[in-house]
Design a protein around this ligand. Structure first.
Ligand SMILES: Cc1cc2nc3c(=O)[nH]c(=O)nc-3n(C[C@H](O)[C@H](O)[C@H](O)COP(=O)(O)O)c2cc1C
Length: 411
């Protein structure tokens, strides 16, 4: 049974050209067991006929706030109470501005204001409209009120522009809601995940390490295996059970992890570096246990090899996803790492007192060329499923773009 089973979903469809994809979204939501009521704005009705939505949802499509017949069947407040989830796809720049401003000028915005249900927006618009400071201010305002965003995606647009603004594909929307099946979205692909801390020996009994529990990396390995990938998990010293169907390689130190990963990287399609590899290690390991004689003791540390950067630099290397665990300036540091190491994607998460390491929940901001996606705090298992769905859709977009570039031009 999926989490959507028996859930009441109000699907708002607004006046974006991507509205032609929304009937497919209705179909996929219903496949997951949801009851879907569609609310269309007047602009959306000019782009796609309500009859299409009626046919795929099996329900009367709502549009006019002042429709007496519809109001007497299920008034707008009843509809707001009925909803377990309000999903708006596509969400126009106009809709974002209306919600950010608290407007209730049509049925959709009125239902959003009146409902306690979570609201998820799937924006779709021209890249200039998305990048516009007003739209970005509205996004921030809405995120601050716990409105969740899925997308937009980067790529070629209906208007011929290139950039962020494409609506996320219905299959990926359902997967990212964390309610759908991730099954099959990575079928046939080889995924390598690194997880946990490393231990850098000082002497035979002491080491330098960090607080990583490995839970996030293990959850990702499991989600990737559920998604149909062949998964190799390179794990630092952790006490976690190997996810079903995953090949596990245990290592201790940063150098062990580097060697284990590089030995197996050749056939990898997607590399996800979730391990907290020690940046520095003792310059040398003392062969015998250090005795407590001296009043002070200093340790010379040298840099460990940078596995993530090495993978990203490989010729014909895998799609490379890094993690940035930061205590401050999260997005700034993550963006610098994304660009400096030429990663395909980075998952930025705060760590420190009470957040990040050794917990069962986490939040993150996922960033890639020109785009970002904030994921609110949730169980690491759920975050892992959403991450895998995002990685799969971005991997397909990049692989598709590379394939079309290498294709000979039609004569
Ligand atoms: C053909 C066409 C396509 C449009 N596509 C988009 C779009 O993808 N995204 C967007 O934000 N606005 C788009 N617009 C503009 C919106 O339709 C317009 O802002 C409208 O007021 C939105 O109303 P609504 O948010 O109530 O649906 C488009 C307009 C036209 C005529």
């Amino acid at each position: 049974m999926t989490k959507l089973q028996g859930q009441h979903v109000v699907l708002g469809v607004t006046g974006g050209i991507a509205a032609y994809k929304s009937p497919d979204l209705v179909r996929r939501l219903r496949e997951q067991g949801a009851d879907v009521t569609v609310i269309m704005t007047a602009s959306a009705e000019r782009l796609v006929s309500p009859t299409v939505f009626q046919a795929v949802s099996g329900e009367t499509v709502r549009g006019d706030l002042w429709d007496e017949k519809a109001e007497s069947a299920m008034g707008h407040i009843e509809l707001a109470r009925w909803a377990d989830l309000i999903l708006i796809a596509p969400a126009t720049a106009n809709l974002m501005a209306q919600l950010a401003g608290g407007s209730a000028e049509n049925l959709l915005t009125t239902v959003c204001l009146a409902s306690d249900a979570p609201v998820v927006l799937v924006p779709a618009m021209n890249q200039g409209m998305w990048r516009n400071a007003s739209t970005q201010a509205n996004r921030k305002k809405l995120e601050g009120r716990n409105v969740r965003f899925i997308g937009p995606e980067e790529g070629e647009q209906a208007c011929g522009d290139e950039g962020p603004g494409r609506m996320t594909e219905p299959v990926d929307i359902v997967a990212r809601l964390g309610m759908g099946k991730v099954a099959g979205i990575l079928r046939g692909l080889q995924v390598m995940v690194t997880a946990g801390p490393t231990r850098e020996a000082i002497d035979p009994v002491r080491f330098v390490s960090n607080k990583s529990s490995g839970k996030m990396g293990f959850a990702i390995a499991r989600a990737a295996a559920d998604a149909g990938a062949s998964v190799t998990l390179i794990a630092g010293p952790v006490s976690l059970t190997t996810p079903k169907g995953v090949e596990r390689v245990d290592v201790e130190s940063a150098i062990d992890m580097y060697d284990a990963a590089m030995d197996r990287i050749g056939s990898t399609d997607i590399y996800i570096g979730a391990a907290a590899i020690s940046d520095y290690r003792p310059a040398q390991m003392v062969a015998k246990k250090i005795k407590k004689i001296a009043a002070t003791f200093s340790l010379e540390m040298v840099k460990s090899p940078d596995l993530l950067a090495a993978v990203a630099l490989l010729d014909n290397g895998p799609f490379t996803v890094g993690f940035a665990a930061e205590t401050d300036n999260l997005e700034k540091h993550a963006l610098t790492k994304l660009e400096a190491k030429r990663l395909d994607m980075i998952v930025a998460n705060l760590v420190g007192a009470g957040v990040g390491f050794d917990r069962d929940d986490n939040s993150a901001v996922i960033m890639w060329a020109g785009s970002r996606q904030a994921v609110p705090n949730m169980a690491k298992t759920e975050l892992a499923r959403q991450l895998v769905a995002m990685i799969a859709s971005r991997y397909r977009a990049v692989a598709g773009a590379e394939a079309s570039q290498s294709r000979p031009a039609a004569s």
